[in-house]
Design a protein around this ligand. Structure first.
Ligand code: FMN
Length: 386
């Protein structure tokens, strides 16, 4: 299905830099550069990140699409340089030049894109793969997502993320509201519960000491989405399918859940759905929030609740067994600078990709070239709801 709002990213992890283009942003949306900077900083944050996040500044530049603080309706283009390119990687990752003998990386990491990517593109240096497969790319998506969130904010839609599991440690149940985001961000693991937060830090330390990595689960909540985003009429219009694909596209995400998802498979039907009732204000409401705010591929008007499971990273301090592609001999995988855990950052990336899907569905439903047109169409629609 043709998207109303497109995000394109480019950039290698240690190349000159990253670029993102957001195409389809309506005109007149106020965008504060501090908000883009804040989300980029939130992505770098988190207990368990590697050394890179300490020096990477993500000093972005907006090249197009915004004038005097408002979008123009033209593509928004942002670039983010990689700090180490000039000092350390100019030769290895230069647009011109070549490698010296023996500099190619030929021992692919199990669990990373290295081997399948080298096979697919016919490379004998897996750096050609890992540089782009790397989650450094997610900085570009987060910058684009911050611009998109500015549109959602104007329409009363807020996105929150928090970490609900790291390794064996699970946070107690709870659905944080947008006002909780600042507190969540103060937790070193972006977990809403202080006790669980401490235990999660302990879990990361435990696995780091064991020279290992650890995965987890983050949750993304969308507050204020009107009912009727997405559609049941065709498979590729379904909002849950589109959100699941967006979350699954995040590096290392291996499972996505909508609402109670997997848990509802174990429940009887009488305890798996959200009864429809009339509230004291006369409006239609739901008694529970099991479906996660989506039924039949459409938003219901309840908070949308999504979870994504990140696997433990494959770049581990004690490298895993592999085969050297140059010699055909058994070997150990290459070592790269790595995070022990990036589930807190994963949540921030999750917000960006979810913002993109929600805004795309908003533009489909309410159309409009400018913020004013969209806001008016949304208001009229909400007024007509039962
Ligand atoms: C924010 C973030 C940071 C990541 N950092 C690392 C890392 O430091 N080391 C690593 O091996 N994988 C890291 N990953 C995961 C890899 O990029 C990912 O596993 C790899 O590209 C293969 O893709 P797949 O796991 O989706 O199959 C990170 C993922 C995210 C979302």
């Amino acid at each position: 299905m043709a998207a109303m709002l497109r995000i394109l990213t480019a950039g290698e992890s240690h190349g000159p830099g990253l670029a993102v283009i957001v195409e389809g942003m309506p005109a007149g949306v106020p965008v504060a550069l501090e908000d883009v900077a804040r989300d980029l900083a939130r992505r770098r944050h988190g207990y368990g990140r590697g050394g890179r996040q300490r020096f990477e500044a993500d000093a972005f530049e907006v090249l197009a699409g915004i004038r005097h603080g408002r979008t123009l309706g033209s593509p928004v283009a942002i670039t983010i340089p990689n700090v180490e390119f000039a000092t350390k990687y100019a030769r290895l990752m230069g647009v011109e030049g070549r490698l010296d003998e023996g500099e190619a990386l030929t021992r692919p990491r199990p669990g990373h894109a290295d081997l399948a990517g080298a096979m697919k593109y016919g490379f004998d240096d897996v750096r050609n793969v890992l540089e782009r497969a790397s989650a450094r790319e997610t900085a570009a998506r987060v910058a684009g997502g911050a611009v998109i969130k500015a549109l959602l904010t104007q329409l009363g839609i807020a996105i929150v993320s928090h970490v609900v599991r790291i390794g064996k440690v699970t946070a107690p149940a709870g659905i944080p509201e947008p006002s909780a985001q600042a507190t969540i961000d103060r937790s070193p693991v972006r977990c809403a519960d202080p006790e669980a937060s401490k235990a999660m830090v302990g879990e990361i330390d435990r696995l780091r000491r064991a020279q290992d990595s650890v995965g987890g689960i983050f949750e993304v909540l969308v507050w204020g989405a009107p009912p009727g985003l997405g559609s049941y009429v065709h498979w590729d219009r379904k909002l849950d399918a589109r959100l699941a694909a967006a979350l699954m596209s995040i590096q290392s995400v291996k499972g996505v859940e909508v609402g109670d998802g997997f848990a509802s498979a174990a429940r009887p039907g009488s305890k798996a759905h959200d009864a429809i009732v009339r509230g004291s204000d006369g409006r239609i409401r739901r008694r529970t929030a099991r479906a996660g705010g989506i039924e039949g591929g459409m938003s219901t008007g309840q908070p949308i609740r999504l979870r994504a499971a990140m696997k433990p990273f494959s770049t581990v301090p004690r490298p895993l067994p592999t085969v050297d592609l140059a010699t055909g001999e058994a070997a150990v995988a290459i070592k790269q600078r790595t995070d022990a855990c990036a589930v807190p950052a994963g949540g921030v990336v999750g917000e960006a990709v979810v913002a993109h899907v929600i805004a795309d569905a908003v533009l489909e439903k309410f159309g409009g070239d400018s913020l004013g047109e969209i806001a008016r169409a949304l208001e009229t629609y909400l007024e007509g709801l039962p």
